[in-house]
Design a protein. Structure first.
Length: 235
């Protein structure tokens, strides 16, 4: 049974979708704000998310970006925002589809069926946590903890860089891709931004920032994240 997380601050929409989806055999979780949605997605990973953009605490686009830091679950936006700019922002943020309100339940159900068909293993590859040496990174709660349990503060830009690298564990992510996704398409030549922020991440997360084992540079090409705990504690 596929699990769907419905996120909307309108109780009537939550009730309508819960009834209609359950009547068609879906397991349904609901959330009325972004923080609750992220917590629910981490606790019980859904196979698909139906998400409103106008949430009372966190903007829906930001919820999508945070989800994309650790899961590829399909996201269908269901929003009263009908402008092209809003649609582009949501799709660029990682949404898979966009439906404007008012909407037809039959159309939404068809979009859900299409999205779930495209996903071969909906939640099996999700990674809400990873280890970088002695540090544990929790993308759902957006917190990094050292071995002693203390929190390590990351800036929003550092988080964004780390989330993008974490989507491709062990794989090379090009400089251009990182610059476009973090700073925008007009910054593709500003490679010094990457050097600066990667140096900051290494100082916070690597045991020996001068000789990194997890946040790796491929000279002239890009960066690679090798997650995992150390085999032994450095002398």
């Amino acid at each position: 049974m596929a699990r769907i997380l419905v996120v909307d601050d309108e109780p009537q929409i939550l009730r309508t979708l819960r009834i209609n989806l359950r009547a068609r055999g879906y397991d349904v979780d609901t959330a009325a704000d972004g923080a609750t949605a992220l917590e629910a997605a981490a606790r019980r990973p859904p196979d698909l998310v139906v998400l409103d953009l106008g949430l009372p605490d966190v903007d829906g686009v930001e919820v999508i970006r945070r989800l994309r830091g650790w899961t590829a679950v399909p996201v269908i936006v269901l929003s009263g925002r009908a402008s092209s700019a809003d649609k582009v922002a949501a799709l660029d943020g990682g949404a898979d589809d966009y439906i404007t309100k008012p909407f037809g339940v039959d159309e939404l159900l068809a979009r859900i069926r299409a999205a779930t068909r495209r996903v071969s293993s909906p939640a099996g590859g999700d990674r809400s946590q990873l280890h970088i040496g002695q540090h544990t990174v929790d993308f759902a709660d957006r917190v990094v903890r050292a071995a002693d349990g203390s929190a390590v503060r990351l800036t929003p830009t550092e988080w964004h860089l780390l989330e993008i690298l974490a989507r491709h564990p062990g794989k090379l992510v090009s400089q251009r891709q990182l610059l476009e996704q973090v700073w925008g398409p007009t910054y593709t030549n500003e490679t010094h931004y990457l050097r600066q922020y990667m140096a900051q991440l290494r100082r916070k997360l690597e045991a020996d920032p001068a000789h990194p084992k997890h946040l790796l540079t491929e000279p002239g090409m890009g960066y690679r994240l090798q997650s995992g705990r150390p085999e032994s504690t450095p002398d």
